[in-house]
Write a protein of this length. Structure first.
Length: 76
């Protein structure tokens, strides 16, 4: 889901595109709670939609943890 849905704007390698990069070094100074609520509530006035209809808070927490840790490279 992260690679497909988030990757459509943030780049399939999460290095950025329409949206900013989602790599650990780009997110390191952002509070995890802020990242979680950005996922759930979106960012008004930007292309970032709210995902709260599709994701629980626990799922958003998991995504944030994975992004901060660094997603493994996609298998070939």
């Amino acid at each position: 889901m992260v690679r497909q849905d988030c990757g459509s704007c943030h780049g399939l390698t999460l290095r950025g595109g329409l949206g900013p990069a989602l790599l650990p070094e780009a997110l390191r100074d952002k509070p995890p709670a802020g990242l979680k609520y950005t996922i759930l509530l979106g960012r008004p006035g930007t292309a970032m939609p709210p995902w709260k209809t599709f994701l629980s808070e626990a799922e958003a927490d998991w995504i944030v943890a994975q992004l901060l840790r660094g997603f493994p490279e996609e298998s070939k």
